[in-house]
Design a binder for this molecule. Structure first.
Ligand code: SAH
Length: 531
C-alpha cells in the first residue's frame, strides 16, 4: 500500500483519540485475504468513506477523509462551526448516545486489556450522561495571538497544533464567554494600531497577553477572569481598560431578554436546597475577580506560579449541592458542575459512610470531595500539591462549618507514606482522584499497606486507572463497581469512579498459617495477600 492511494472504507470502530478505524483489503500473493487497518480522523463508526492514504506504518496506515459516500446513522450535524478544526470536541459529529457508548467501551477495554479484568462489563453501571450536553463548561482557556492579517486571534488551538482558530463562541461553554471574547478582541485590535507589544507572539516569545482564562460558578453566577501575561505586570491604565471590557461583557450578557428572571442571584448564602436532581443555575453573571497571572516561560503550561488580583477578590464562589467553595485562579475545580454533582454522589455512595469512618482524600484540590465526605465521616484527611488549593480547602471547611478535616500540602506519594510511618493511622476508606498520569507506585504501596475497607478511585484517564488497578490487583484489591460519568461531553475524555476492596477472605486469615492449596482462591492477586 502506498501514500496518496485512495480507497473506499467502512468505519467499523473508533480509536482512543476518536479516530475512525476501518480495514482495507490488499492484494498480496503471499498473504491472500490480508487486510490493513486504517485510522481516519473525522469519521464516525458506520460511515462509508473515500479515504486517501497519508502515512504508511509497518502494520497500519493513516488515511485522510476525502468524501463521505454513505453517512453513518450515528453521524449528526455539529452544533458548532469550529468543531472540525478545533482540538476540543473530536466526537461532536457523533450522536450523543453513541458518544456515551464509545466512552463506556473505552473504559471497558482499558479495564480488560490493561487492567486484566475478565468481563469488566459485569462490574460496570449504566453510563451517566447529560440531559443537555451544551453550555456546561465552567472554565475556558483562550490562547491569544497575532494573525497573519495583523489582527488579534483569540480562540482555541487547532487539534494538536499551536495555531489559533479565531472563534466567536463556544457551544459547550457558558454564553458569557461570547461577550468577553468580543470585547477583549475589539480592545486589543484598537490597541494594536499604536502598540504591538500587547499581544503574545509564541514563535518569538514576545508580547504580553498570551491567554485569557475564564471560570464561572454556575450556581452563584460569579465570574473570575485570569489574564496570563508574558511579563511582570501591566500598566494600571491597561488593567483598567481591560477590566472595563469585562464589566461591559457582563452588562451586555445580563441585558439579554431572558435574563430578567434571576433564579438565584449571586449572594454569599443562598442555594441551600439539598435535592439530588436540583441544580440551580444563576441566570445573571457578576464579575467577582480579575487577576493577572505571570508566565514568562517558553512553555505549553498555561498558568505560571504567581497571580495578582487587579479587580475584586482573589477567588470566586460556587456550590456543589449545598456545599460552598471558594476557588482561586490556580486551583483545580471540576469543569462540568452539573456532572460533578453526579460524580461526587457516586464517589460518596461507593465510600458508603456511616459517620464512624476515618477517610483519606488524596489529590484533594480545594477539598471538594473531602467536604462531601466529611459530612458523613468521623474524620477526613486531604492532601494536595498546590498550596493555594490547600489554603482554599482549609477555608472551605471552615466556611461549611466542618471541623473534622485536616489538610496537608505536598506530593501525595511523599506526604501519605511519611504520615503513615509516623502515626500508623489506618483509614477505613481511601479516595484518590489523581491527574491523568495516575498514582505513583509508592502511594499505591502505602495504600495497600493501609488496607482500607474500601478504595474509591476517581480517574480522568481509564488507561492509567486500569494500570493502577492491575498493580493493586496483584496486592489483593478487587474491583467491585465501576461508574462512567460523562464530564467532558463531545471530547474523547472520560471520567470513571471505581470501587475496590481487598479480598475479605484473605483479610480474615491474614495472621493464620494457611494451606494455600486448600483455599478456594486461585488468583495470583489473592495469593499475594498471604506473602
Ligand atoms: N479531587 C479534586 C481534585 C482532582 S484533580 C476535585 O475533584 O476537585 C487532581 C488534583 O491533584 C489537582 O488538584 C492537582 O493539583 C493535584 N495533584 C497533582 N499531582 C499531585 C501529587 N503528586 N500529589 C498531590 N496532589 C497532586
Amino acid at each position: 500500500m502506498n501514500k496518496n492511494e485512495e480507497y473506499t472504507v467502512t468505519i467499523e470502530d473508533m480509536g482512543a483519540d476518536g479516530e475512525g478505524i476501518g480495514h482495507i483489503s490488499v492484494n498480496d500473493a503471499s498473504n491472500p485475504g490480508m487486510k490493513v487497518t486504517v485510522f481516519v480522523k473525522d469519521t464516525v463508526v458506520g460511515d462509508e468513506a473515500r479515504v486517501k492514504i497519508i502515512k504508511v506504518k509497518k502494520s497500519f496506515v493513516y488515511g485522510r477523509l476525502m468524501e463521505i459516500i454513505k453517512p453513518s446513522p450515528y453521524r449528526v450535524r455539529t452544533a458548532c462551526e469550529y468543531a472540525k478544526s478545533c482540538g476540543g470536541c473530536f466526537l461532536m459529529h457523533m450522536s450523543y448516545d453513541k458518544q456515551l457508548e464509545y466512552k463506556f467501551n473505552k473504559v471497558k477495554n482499558c479495564l480488560e486489556r490493561i487492567g486484566g479484568i475478565k468481563d469488566a462489563e459485569a462490574y460496570m453501571e449504566k453510563v451517566c450522561g447529560m440531559e443537555k450536553p451544551y453550555n456546561f463548561r465552567n472554565k475556558m482557556q483562550f490562547p491569544v495571538g497575532l494573525g497573519k492579517d495583523g489582527k488579534v486571534k483569540i480562540g482555541f488551538y487547532a487539534g494538536r497544533t499551536h495555531s489559533i482558530i479565531d472563534i466567536n463562541e463556544c457551544v459547550i461553554g457558558h454564553d458569557i464567554n461570547t461577550f468577553i471574547i468580543k470585547n477583549i478582541r475589539k480592545w486589543m485590535d484598537a490597541k494594536l494600531e499604536t502598540d504591538n507589544s500587547l499581544v503574545y507572539n509564541e514563535e518569538l516569545h514576545k508580547g504580553l497577553i498570551r491567554h485569557i482564562v475564564t471560570r464561572i460558578g454556575y450556581t452563584t453566577g460569579e465570574l473570575g477572569i485570569c489574564v496570563v501575561i508574558n511579563g511582570d505586570g501591566l500598566k494600571k491604565k491597561l488593567c483598567d481598560e481591560m477590566t472595563g471590557c469585562f464589566i461591559a461583557a457582563v452588562e451586555e450578557y445580563n441585558a439579554l431578554p431572558d435574563k430578567d428572571d434571576n433564579i438565584n442571584a449571586s449572594t454569599d448564602n443562598d442555594v441551600s436546597k439539598n435535592d439530588d436532581s436540583y441544580f440551580p443555575v444563576s441566570n445573571k453573571v457578576s464579575l467577582a475577580s480579575v487577576s493577572l497571572n505571570i508566565n514568562k516561560e517558553k512553555t505549553n503550561k498555561i498558568l505560571g506560579d504567581k497571580s495578582v488580583t487587579i479587580y475584586g477578590r482573589d477567588y470566586i464562589k460556587d456550590y456543589i449541592g449545598d456545599t460552598c467553595f471558594n476557588i482561586s485562579p490556580q486551583s483545580f475545580y471540576q469543569v462540568n458542575p452539573i456532572q460533578t454533582k453526579v460524580l461526587y454522589d457516586k464517589a460518596l455512595s461507593y465510600a458508603n459512610l456511616t459517620g464512624k469512618e476515618t477517610v483519606w482524600d488524596m489529590y484533594c484540590g480545594i477539598g471538594t470531595i473531602s467536604l462531601f465526605l466529611a459530612k458523613k465521616a468521623k474524620k477526613v484527611y486531604g492532601v494536595e500539591i498546590i498550596p493555594s488549593a490547600i489554603e482554599d480547602a482549609k477555608k472551605n471547611a471552615i466556611m461549611n462549618g466542618l471541623d473534622n478535616t485536616e489538610f496537608y500540602c505536598g506530593k501525595a506519594e511523599e506526604v501519605v507514606p511519611k504520615l503513615y510511618r509516623e502515626n500508623g493511622i489506618k483509614p477505613d476508606v481511601i479516595v484518590v482522584d489523581p491527574p491523568r498520569k495516575g498514582c505513583d507506585i509508592s502511594l499505591l504501596d502505602t495504600i495497600s499497606d493501609m488496607s482500607p475497607e474500601r478504595l474509591v478511585y476517581v480517574s480522568c484517564d481509564p488507561a492509567t486507572l486500569a494500570r493502577d488497578i492491575k498493580y493493586l490487583g496483584d496486592k489483593g484489591f478487587k474491583v467491585k463497581k465501576v461508574a462512567v460519568v460523562d464530564q467532558f461531553c463531545h471530547s474523547v475524555h472520560v471520567e470513571t469512579v471505581c470501587l475496590l476492596s481487598k479480598l475479605s477472605e484473605a483479610k480474615h486469615h491474614i495472621n493464620v498459617k494457611v494451606d494455600m492449596d486448600e483455599l478456594d482462591l486461585t488468583s495470583a492477586e489473592a495469593k499475594a495477600t498471604y506473602k
